[in-house]
Design a protein around this ligand. Structure first.
Ligand SMILES: [Zn+2]
Length: 281
């Protein structure tokens, strides 16, 4: 099978380079946000391989350890994938039970929580305990679309890296028009938004995905207190921390609906209505 990170280190070279340098002093918990689901997982595995591969230039992508990691067959890797269903408290307890044992290989044990927003509250709190009482030889990686949809205490204990986003309104006038219309709609309930989403065949899944990711990007900026786009400024001005997180969940649900084939125009309309509600409650 192909090494999962080979492609992603070419689409996210900045993050790959950063992880390479970070490996000399790995943070106990690393949070990778932004990018796509595939890119986050690939970079999580790249990070594990960077820490475990014994070759002179790790990760070599060819040795036994690298191949095992690529195949999720390495004893020192725990890959809990929220994309495959919610991550239960029992699963976290099973992981916690082995953290006191030394790792099998020369590197640390790496626990990847992919799509960590799938952690239930109980599981997230159990995980938090592990982050608070560190045992040497264990490294955690949280992967999520954006930090706003995670428990803030998990985020505050993690070193956060933000992947480049797939398509940005800054260099795409069409996308910028859509986000302006969205901003107008969630403020006033008026404007071109519903007219555009309602026009037959006007919205395909790719466009809807790009618009939703632009909203995610704006949420991250609003959450940072560093709003760069008009939409981010609007969200920062109108939403408190809790509401920012709620909008994050709404957008995440919308992206999931798109992935399972929901009508893109309906998904966008529903998302805008929910955002309008959160702004006006
Ligand atoms: Zn290797």
């Amino acid at each position: 099978m192909p090494i999962p990170w080979h492609h992603t280190i070419t689409t996210q070279p900045r993050i790959a380079g950063f992880l390479d340098r970070l490996a000399s002093a790995p943070p106990r918990s690393l949070l990778l946000e932004g990018g796509t689901v595939e890119e986050r997982l690939a970079l999580g595995l790249f990070w594990a391989a960077r820490l475990m591969c014994p070759e002179a230039k790790p990760p070599c992508g060819e040795c036994r350890i690298c191949l095992q990691l690529a195949d999720d067959a390495c004893r020192d890797l725990f890959l809990l994938n929220g994309a495959e269903g919610s991550i239960s408290i029992d699963t976290i307890r099973e992981v916690r039970a082995v953290l006191g044992d030394p790792p099998a290989g020369r590197g640390p044990r790496v626990v990847i929580l992919a799509e960590a927003q799938a952690l239930g509250d109980g599981a997230a709190n159990a995980l938090l305990k592990s982050l608070e009482e560190p045992r040497p030889g264990n490294v955690f990686v949280l992967l999520a679309p954006s930090r706003e949809i995670l428990l803030p205490t998990l985020v505050s204990r993690s070193f956060v890296l933000t992947l480049g986003w797939p398509r940005s309104a800054q260099d795409d006038p069409d996308l910028r028009d859509w986000t302006v219309a969205l901003g107008e709609f969630i403020q006033s309930g008026k404007g071109a938004w519903l007219e555009w989403t309602g026009r037959k065949g006007n919205v395909d899944a790719r466009l809807a995905d790009a618009i939703l990711r632009e909203v995610q990007r704006s949420l991250v900026q609003a959450g940072y207190g560093n709003p760069l786009t008009d939409l981010a400024r609007l969200l920062a001005a109108r939403l408190d921390v809790v509401a920012v997180r709620q909008v994050g969940v709404v957008v995440e649900n919308a992206l999931e609906s798109l992935e399972v084939g929901a009508n893109p125009a309906v998904v966008l309309e529903w998302t805008a209505m929910r955002m309008w509600n959160l702004l006006h409650k």
